[in-house]
Design a protein around this ligand. Structure first.
Ligand SMILES: NC(=O)c1ccc[n+]([C@@H]2O[C@H](COP(=O)([O-])OP(=O)(O)OC[C@H]3O[C@@H](n4cnc5c(N)ncnc54)[C@H](O)[C@@H]3O)[C@@H](O)[C@H]2O)c1
Length: 337
């Protein structure tokens, strides 16, 4: 299964990761790339301009009723989601609507139209729960004590992917923390875009915790490579696959790296951890991605941050117009997706 000459559907294709999937599909000579996105957390200006791209501005919950144009056995990347943990704590019903019903709708539709495969964006923070210091493996048992509605509905999506396996090929990719060009800062966004944006304004970088917490940050294009291989490699069928680096970064080190990369005068401040945020350390075991997909993350953190800062500087005005209240003076978070 190759993207070359294929019809590709990217739900959430106006989002931080989805737009990079669209770009990758175009670079791989896909025939058509259909983006289904309601622009609730994505931006039309991020979608690559190309005559092969067809943008459908609507909700994935309605994908079965939408006119997506002619599609022949499409490869589907299901990335549309209500993003992310804190947002789901504040709006659990909306989270269930998109992440639960939306995923079910995509799978129902995919089976009906004869999709060759659906690659589902799951999350490394779902499934195993908190309190795990060791690298997280795909075969760890599912926890019934997940910390946020988002984690619960991401896990729910995995149950549905497995339920559909008899009629539809699905792969569950468990993303660790993605970062890179294309992620616009915002109240509910991840720590890296929010820190970069604040550093560019010399505003304090607020760490919720001690700063000694860790996350496994993967550069977006390395993650996208994992998604593409998950779509193309036959043996990925039915698998759950971690997409991370296997490397932990401390949040206070990250803050210092971003201050250096932006030449900022920002101070580092500390605030209490959010009550739901019980994962102190998070690290992916990436052996399966290495063995099954031949995947090896290629962009190290300093280079990934350099490219991300460069993107922020080149798109400063668009980001300012899109970032909403994520402006200096509003405390940001160390949100992990
Ligand atoms: N970014 C991370 O670190 C991370 C980590 C784990 C999992 N993920 C998953 O990866 C996927 C992409 O994440 P992202 O960082 O690009 O987030 P994002 O918010 O930038 O992208 C999600 C996209 O989905 C769209 N969307 C939301 N609700 C929709 C709906 N009902 N119908 C149609 N479109 C809708 C948004 O407008 C947005 O463009 C998500 O499924 C997310 O849960 C991301």
């Amino acid at each position: 299964m190759s993207l070359k000459g294929s019809d590709v559907v990217v739900t959430g294709g106006a989002g931080a990761i989805g737009t990079r999937v669209v770009a990758r599909a175009l670079a791989s000579s896909a025939r058509r790339v259909v983006v289904v996105d309601d622009l609730s957390s994505g931006y039309e200006w991020l979608i690559p301009r190309d005559p092969r791209v067809h943008f459908v501005h609507n909700s994935v919950t309605r994908i079965g009723e939408l006119n997506l144009g002619p599609l022949e056995q499409p490869l589907v990347f299901h990335l549309a989601a209500f993003f992310a943990n804190q947002n789901s704590v504040d709006h659990p019903q909306a989270d269930l609507e998109t992440n639960g019903k939306g995923t079910l709708a995509v799978l129902e539709w995919g089976a009906r139209v004869g999709a060759r495969r659906v690659v589902y964006a799951s999350a490394g923070c779902s499934i195993a729960g908190h309190g795990i210091d060791a690298p997280i493996r795909e075969d760890m048992p599912v926890s019934l004590f997940l910390d946020t509605p988002y984690q619960i509905t991401k896990a729910l999506g995995e149950f549905y992917c497995n339920y559909y396996l008899s009629s539809l090929s699905t792969v569950r990719c468990r993303f660790f923390n993605s970062y890179g060009p294309g992620e616009v800062p915002g109240v509910y966004r991840n720590v890296i875009p929010n820190f970069i944006w604040r550093a560019m304004h010399d505003a304090p970088l607020v760490i919720t915790g001690t700063g000694r917490e860790t996350r496994d940050f993967i550069f977006v294009d390395d993650l996208v490579e994992g998604l593409v291989r998950s779509a193309e490699v036959a043996e990925a069928h039915g698998q759950a696959i971690n997409l991370g680096t296997g490397i932990q970064t401390h949040i206070d080190d990250l803050a210092h790296m971003i201050i250096a990369a932006t030449g900022s005068r920002s101070a580092i401040e500390f605030a209490p951890r959010r009550t739901w945020d019980k994962s102190v350390h998070r690290q992916a075991d990436i052996s399966l991605a290495r063995e099954r997909l031949g995947l090896a993350p290629s962009v190290a953190m300093p280079e990934g941050l350099r490219r991300t800062v460069e993107w922020f500087q080149a798109h400063r005005e668009q980001i300012a117009a899109s970032a909403g209240s994520a402006i200096p003076g509003v405390p940001t978070t160390t949100s992990a997706a």
